[in-house]
Design a protein around this ligand. Sequence first.
Ligand code: SAM
Length: 278
Amino acid sequence: MKLNTDKWFTEIYPEDGCALSLEVSEKLHQEQTEFQSLEVYQTTAFGKLMLLDGCIMLTDRDNFIYHEMMTHPALYSHPNPKRVLIIGGGDCGCLREVLKHQDVNHVHQVDLDEAVTRASEKYFPDLCESNNDSRAVLSFTDGVEFVENAEADSYDLIIIDSVDPVGQAARLYSEDFYRACFNALADDGIMIAQSESPLFHKSLIESMQSRMVNVGYKSVTSLFFPQCTYPSGWWSASMALKGNKATENRKVDIETKYYNNDIHQAAQAVPQFMRNFA
Ligand code: SAM
């Protein structure tokens, strides 16, 4: 079928020799923020689409999988999470999911770029429906500096919902940053970082997880889940425990669309090709 290129947005993954296209009907927003280019499109089958520096951040249709998997497995692996820090996450999808947990009494979201949150409020209002929750604090500054200046024992959970490890975000994948998160966490604290595609980025996952262990996290668990608008359509998160063990079998007691107790277990199943370092 001939491609009518002006009706399609294509994200190309040059190092992987492939691309993903979404049919679009209208460009809704375009700006060059202080930190990145930000675009929003209306697609014909995926609702609205947000791009940062030309890379797909989220669509209406499938962001729920990512936002649920970046939050609930870690929250249900902690005995009693109350204080949560989100680094990045400017679209506010993770913030909304964290605030579904009634025991959580404080969530601080620190994204570098306020423009991302303002665009999300306008074009993805459902993701921002909890932004005025009295437990939520939104700051716009560099996440690395924020964590480096955090007091010890400040958080029970740190979620690193950042863009790919390039530019301003590269430091969010460093050993120094993981050490700063370790120091800011309580003794039974958990850090979870989005860790890209197992199929395309296995060596990145390996290096991220070895850095986490190097700075003192007792164990690191990989979580695998589908994410069809990200490179390869298969995504991961790396969950690092400062304490000895995760809490098992807490009953899921919130409303979700993807995550449940079975998914909590299944997402931790490690494919054979990923086992040679896990
Ligand atoms: N789900 C997306 C993914 O997997 O690529 C990430 C979404 S979230 C919108 C990514 C956020 O990271 C952006 O809003 C960006 O501004 C933020 N970010 C990048 N570098 C940062 C830094 N050094 N400190 C805090 N936030 C940062």
